[in-house]
Design a protein around this ligand. Structure first.
Ligand code: JFZ
Length: 455
């Protein structure tokens, strides 16, 4: 009788749950989706550090006298340094042999986390296994991992301990679809499509067991899966099988939409934009843009396309104003150190956020029309409501339909003249606040933030 009641309850609640019969036992019934509030920290964090680090970092974008172009797309190809093996046709035995000399003597997880914190970043996502199949943790599933290198230390375990010490949220990129060194893993699009039965073997014998390892051993706050124009192997069933596995082993781990970019479904926790893609419209679900500081994700010694800190702050502001996050990537060198151009930009961004972070962290979007170069966010603090106005280029005045009480420069406290009038119409009334911006405000060339207290 109890069993019958249970099924009636489950069916009547309409739980989209993952029920799997295993050896006659009913695996714990859990919904495929997390309660929305589990993603609150993500929504509020706004700014994260992405890290692409692995055997490819050792080649630095060059192999056998050839260097990957540092262009975004040439001949329809994304010439990222972490793609060097298939792009420059590095023989697989030679590529895998890199593991025999991987020895990042300068790797210091606490230094990485301090650098991220100092930059104003609130979470870190490290490539635990990229498309090359090499694992940066002590995996029981396969030997192609960091424990079988001269370094012989669990990189991920050290990073997790450092993140906990500095109260930094953390997660892992895991390439669940492409795996160029494991039979059955999907291959670059220009190579023969892998037979589904072979992919199923990879899926059941490597991908699912390794994801379970990551969740059970390291208890991440999020997992970053990676697909793009994938229409074959990551079926709805496999997508939901992977989600169910994570839900069965974690009550907090957020899952990104690139688990199946073309068909993410309703049970993922945040949407992932395309690489370096910045939406113009508001998006209600939590979302983020994965972005590079230069062209490549993995370390490329001859990729000099470094964006300025100012440009990257604008991306952060754009995404904040539309309710999203900015996951900014560093490609550490093979020795475990951060490239100097990356460190300088991180510290410049951190300095600006030290003075203006109040307008970013925990701020929500505000859907009002803004002049070009002007962005807004909003926040309530101790019962008062504020609008933050980001001026990314000089402007003399602008008007918003808000009931502004007073306005001042967030960093300095300098008063900004604002005149608010009530407009009466037959259909109702609205307020219009006109702001006059002193020209000398832009002597300081960085982005200015005006804090507006509403009545
Ligand atoms: C994917 C990875 O392939 C890349 O190495 C990096 O990890 C990035 C964050 O995610 O990027 C790609 C690569 C190729 C395409 C799209 C995203 N593509 O060809 O459409």
């Amino acid at each position: 009788m109890k069993q019958k009641l249970f099924w009636i309850l489950v069916l009547s609640l309409g739980l989209s749950s993952a029920l799997a019969q295993k050896k006659g036992q009913l695996v714990e019934c859990r919904s495929l989706s997390l309660p929305k509030e589990k993603a609150d920290w993500f929504r509020e964090a706004k700014f994260g550090m992405f890290l692409h680090w692995g055997l490819y970092s050792m080649l630095e974008g060059s192999y056998n006298g050839r260097t990957l172009p540092d262009t975004t797309l040439r001949h329809g190809k994304s010439w990222y340094a972490e793609w060097i093996q298939p792009r420059l046709e590095v023989p697989m035995t030679e590529y895998k042999a890199l593991a025999k000399s991987f020895n990042p003597i300068k790797y210091n997880a606490e230094a990485w986390v301090r650098e991220a914190k100092n930059a104003g970043m609130r979470y870190i996502v490290l490539t635990s296994k990229h498309h090359d199949g090499f694992a940066l943790w002590d995996s029981e599933v396969l030997d192609f991992d960091v424990m079988n290198t001269p370094y012989h230390r669990d990189v991920i375990d050290e990073l997790v301990k450092a993140c906990k010490k500095y109260e930094m949220k953390y997660g892992f990129y895991y390439s669940h679809w492409q795996d160029w060194t494991c039979k059955g893993g999907a291959l670059p699009h220009w190579k023969p499509k892998v037979a589904d039965r072979d992919f199923e073997t990879y899926w059941q014998e490597k991908a699912l067991p390794q994801v379970k390892e990551l969740v059970v051993k390291y208890n991440p706050d999020l997992l970053w899966f990676d697909t793009w124009n994938e229409e074959t192997h990551i079926t709805e069933q496999r997508r939901d099988e992977l989600i169910a596995l994570i839900r069965a082993n974690s009550d907090k781990c957020l899952i990104n939409g690139r688990i199946c970019f073309t068909n993410p479904g309703e049970n993922i926790d945040f949407l992932e934009m395309f690489d370096n893609a910045y939406p113009e419209e508001m998006i209600s679900k939590p979302w983020q843009t994965p972005a590079t500081m230069q062209h490549s994700w993995g370390y490329h010694a001859k990729d000099y396309n470094w964006k300025s800190a100012d440009e990257m702050l604008r991306y952060l502001i754009n995404n904040t104003s539309k309710g999203g996050n900015y996951l900014l990537n560093i490609g550490p060198k093979a020795d475990g150190s951060f490239p100097m151009p990356a460190v300088r930009r991180l510290r410049e961004m951190g300095a600006w956020l030290m003075a203006n972070g109040e307008a970013i962290y925990g701020a929500k979007p505000l859907n009002i029309k803004c002049p070009e170069g002007v962005y807004v966010s909003q926040k309530s603090i101790n019962g008062k409501h504020y609008v933050y106005v980001f001026l990314t280029k000089p402007i003399e005045f602008f008007a918003f339909n808000i009931n502004a009480k007073k306005a001042f420069v967030l960093e300095t406290g300098r008063a900004i003249p604002v005149n608010t009038t009530k407009l009466i119409f037959e259909c109702g009334e609205k307020y219009e606040a006109t702001f006059t911006i002193p020209a000398d405000l832009f002597r300081d060339s960085s982005i200015q933030v005006i804090k507006v207290e509403l009545k």
